[in-house]
Design a protein around this ligand. Sequence first.
Ligand SMILES: Cc1cc2nc3c(=O)[nH]c(=O)nc-3n(C[C@H](O)[C@H](O)[C@H](O)COP(=O)(O)OP(=O)(O)OC[C@H]3O[C@@H](n4cnc5c(N)ncnc54)[C@H](O)[C@@H]3O)c2cc1C
Length: 487
Amino acid sequence: MKIGIIGAGVAGLASAVRMASRGHEVHVYEANSYPGGKLSEFEMEGYRFDAGPSLFTMPHYVDELYRVAGEDPGSCFQYERLPVVCHYFWEDGTRLLAHGDEEAFAREVNEKLGVSPARLRQALSDSRRKYELTGRIFLEKSLHRLDTWLNSRVLRAMLAIPGLDLFTNMDAVNRRHLKHPKLVQLFNRFATYNGSNPYKAPGLLSIIPHFEHHIGAYFPRGGMYNITKSIHELAERKGVNFHFNTPVREIIVEGGRAEALRLDEGLEPFGRIISNMDVFFTYRRLLPKERHPERILRQQKSTSALIFYWGIRRQFQELGLHNIFFSDDYRAEFEHLEAGKAFDDPTVYINITQKYEPGDAPEGCENWFTMINVPYNSGQDWDEIIERARKQVLAKLSRILGVEIEPLIECEDILEPRTIESRTASHLGALYGTSSNSRMAAFMRHPNFSGRIRDLYFCGGSVHPGGGIPLALLSAKIVDEVMHSEG
Ligand SMILES: Cc1cc2nc3c(=O)[nH]c(=O)nc-3n(C[C@H](O)[C@H](O)[C@H](O)COP(=O)(O)OP(=O)(O)OC[C@H]3O[C@@H](n4cnc5c(N)ncnc54)[C@H](O)[C@@H]3O)c2cc1C
């Protein structure tokens, strides 16, 4: 069968590998000149930067693509587990290393914060328990098909609902388990992994620490972009046809069936179509004549980000690959994000791939991907926000590290909500599609297929099961399963 895929984001690439591995003729149309969408890279004055994602969890979902394609996973794509996941810094001088190994992490938390190792172990084991009960259902299956619900696992998860913390928020769960305000803040941060607010998101999201501390956080050799590069090359080896600089203008629907794509050169017919474009724009731009699922499209968006890519003329021993400089008032920070406003003391995240790939920066230098969370774009004065945030971020880092940072900046580039939207057609510049701030969020994401238009499927961070690389990869797996269970 001939299959058309709109977009070469990580989910579009994964779908292409899966479809081609089943013997289909696959064509991927990508508006940009490069693959990867948000997961791309660029170079600037001798520094290499991963443009978007920096944290890599659940690498087995990439390995699985190699197995599906009949190749050895380790042959082209390698990664290593991080012994220290993140370096945490607070304004009062507290510093803490989040070790990947649970026992080492428990010792550190005991030493630096005086929290008993048993308390940490209990929080992490609760995280594992919730994931084991629900992960397969909420993440790995379509929630929009009857066969998912007629399954004994679902019954078990349903019976466990009272203990899943669906009706409390993440902050309340973390306070219950961890007590210490700094440790609660550290665990609340996991809500940002899908652009949510820990003071609103359901406690079930406390499954995320299990990913990081049990399954592990990883660094892909060659940097995050190597995820894109490897899957793209794998797809090419499977015979996928890539068409770059080729935006899709419309999905042609005839008799209730998606049957062709309108390109600038004309119409191209397909047996099946998969959209990896943000679901909001898939409807608004490519399906203007069809009825739109308004309740789904109007869901609250996830947060966005403001990133300063800095070439830094110095190396910092106290920094690692991932570094967090916390704000003193985390609740107020999220209240601002929720209200669409910038916060004056934002939590700052710095990713330095040079720590693992020395060639990513010139000798004696570091490549800083410096990010703060900002609201999605609702027409704020971004030029003013960026200018102010830059000063605040520099002041905070200089204060905590005890070194003036601005004179060390050799080169700079900036990514912000408006450019995130224009470069990847992500509605309002949201990083993860819709937020997970409500209990029903998991059920309010668009399904991986259309209930109204036959032969039309959806993958990527804006549809089920949600944003982030692992979930985007899972969306491709679900599309494959749904399509092929239909025959
Ligand atoms: C700054 C930032 C930091 C992030 N950090 C992390 C992280 O640490 N860990 C993590 O797991 N995730 C992170 N994410 C989220 C992660 O990047 C995304 O969830 C994931 O990459 C989304 O992939 P996707 O397949 O949905 O496609 P996208 O990357 O959104 O790509 C969609 C593609 O479709 C193309 N397209 C759109 N419309 C058309 C059209 N009409 N015709 C042709 N092509 C079209 C676009 O050009 C684009 O290439 C981050 C994202 C950003 C921006």
